[in-house]
Design a protein around this ligand. Structure first.
Ligand code: SF4
Ligand code: SF4
Length: 414
């Protein structure tokens, strides 16, 4: 049995450029050699070029001349289900874009195709749909109450890990907003990283505040998984952030950074600059506002997060920060910068295929091990968690570190 007419995938979700890109793939196979997911799940359907060919065929069967002549029903439900599955068994890491001779912007293409299949009622996959339902209901993926979102500030002060109180920016306007995102707000391990950033910004004399319980999820996962509510939800956030009178937003999360820096302005203008925390700390160090005085003797390797590296070109700032820490010796992996191997945490893959994420991250850990480094370090909380899963999967002794810990140790000592 085929899919019904109401499951027709709307072409309106694809830009004219993306429609051309579907035709531009020559099936050269270059992307196959680099895809971190195909590397751990050798299903031919997953090869980006094959996926493009199959999706193009499906679209033609629904929209082309053949569709008009033969009622467009050449695909069985099983075939369509498999196509949707492979569309979501992907981290949208963008590696295939960077190696593609035709320069097909696959990361954008996958997201647009996801939006189209969601609109047709064919996606996302059940686990991902549940994740998005929870996200929309609770404003975070952890089912935590909104009134607990700002609790980390009094808790950090009480525990002595947060050195200074943080003003609520809605009550006491400040030029800089520190935007945490869901994981840093609710996950104690990642929240500690946020506290390190706050301590460093205070030390450098930055005037900043937080939104506390008024902070919303950035809603980036809606965009990554093709949910059509993204634009409306993003506008709610943009209006809130634009009303604060800030000139700068700093976020510790690479996913929030991509969403606010890249996706929001495509929907509505934003009236502030956006920095990832590692860029901001790099700037403070270069301006002489932070002194990294205490040595941290460790040999480590650096993992480029996709949302900072390939998607936003932030390769040098984190390496500069690392090299500013006395005692740190950086040894690079084979795949770095635009060819950095994804840890499997992006694009909603973990929600749909947790085992594949663990295997992809384990591959990254094995690459790190081959450098002989004692630790792998990253400035992204999501990669930090993903690499921990990978280290467990690979039964590796390598330590997974967040870059801010090293900066914090160097500035403040033990
Ligand atoms: S690298 Fe580009 S052109 Fe080659 S198969 Fe992949 S998507 Fe197609
Ligand atoms: S975006 Fe990344 S995971 Fe997805 S197909 Fe391309 S290389 Fe593979």
């Amino acid at each position: 049995m085929g899919i019904s007419a109401k499951n027709k995938i709307p072409l309106s979700c694809l830009s004219p450029r993306q429609l051309i890109e579907l035709d531009a793939c020559s099936r050269c196979g270059e992307c196959m050699k680099w895809c971190p997911i195909y590397a751990v799940d050798r299903s031919e359907d997953l090869i980006p070029g094959n996926r493009i060919a199959a999706l193009k065929k499906l679209l033609k069967s629904q929209h082309g001349l053949r569709a008009r002549l033969f009622a467009g029903d050449r695909f069985s439900k099983e075939q369509v289900d498999r196509l949707i599955e492979v569309l979501y068994e992907c981290t949208a890491c963008g590696q295939c874009h960077f190696v593609c001779p035709a320069r097909i912007d696959t990361a954008e293409l996958w997201e647009a195709l996801r939006e189209a299949v969601v609109e047709a009622g064919l996606g996302p996959l059940p686990n991902q749909a549940e994740y998005l339902r929870v996200l929309k209901k609770y404003e975070n993926p952890f089912k935590e109450p909104q009134e607990n979102r700002g609790l980390w500030v009094p808790r950090g002060l009480e525990q002595g890990t947060l050195y200074q109180d943080l003003p609520l920016i809605t009550q006491s306007p400040q030029p800089v907003l520190f935007y945490l995102g869901c994981t840093a707000s609710y996950n104690p391990e990642i929240n500690l990283v946020a506290q390190w950033v706050a301590n460093l910004m205070h030390k450098a004399g930055v005037k900043f505040g937080v939104l506390g319980n008024q902070e919303n999820c950035c809603r980036g996962k809606l965009r990554r998984m093709g949910d059509g509510d993204f634009a409306a939800k993003a506008i709610e956030n943009i209006d809130l952030l634009n009303s604060l009178g800030i000139n700068t937003l700093v976020t510790n999360c690479a996913g929030c950074y991509k969403t606010i820096f890249q996706d929001y302005p495509r929907i509505k203008e934003i009236n502030f600059k956006v920095y990832h925390a590692i860029e901001y700390i790099d700037m403070l160090i270069r301006e002489g506002k932070l002194q990294l005085v205490n040595p941290v003797p460790v040999q480590l390797t650096y993992h480029d997060p996709c949302h900072l590296g390939r998607h936003n070109g932030i390769y040098d700032a984190p390496r500069r920060v690392l090299q500013a820490v006395p005692g740190v010796e950086l040894v690079e992996m084979e795949r770095i910068r635009q060819n950095s191997r994804c840890c499997g945490m992006g694009g909603g893959l973990k929600m749909g295929f947790p085992e594949i994420q663990a295997l992809a991250a384990a591959e990254r850990i094995k690459e790190a091990e081959r450098t002989g480094a004692a630790a792998i370090v990253t400035p992204c909380p999501t990669c930090f968690l993903g690499l921990q899963t990978g280290a467990a999967k690979a039964e590796s002794d390598i330590r997974v570190k967040h870059l801010m810990e090293l900066v914090n140790l160097s500035v403040f000592g033990q």
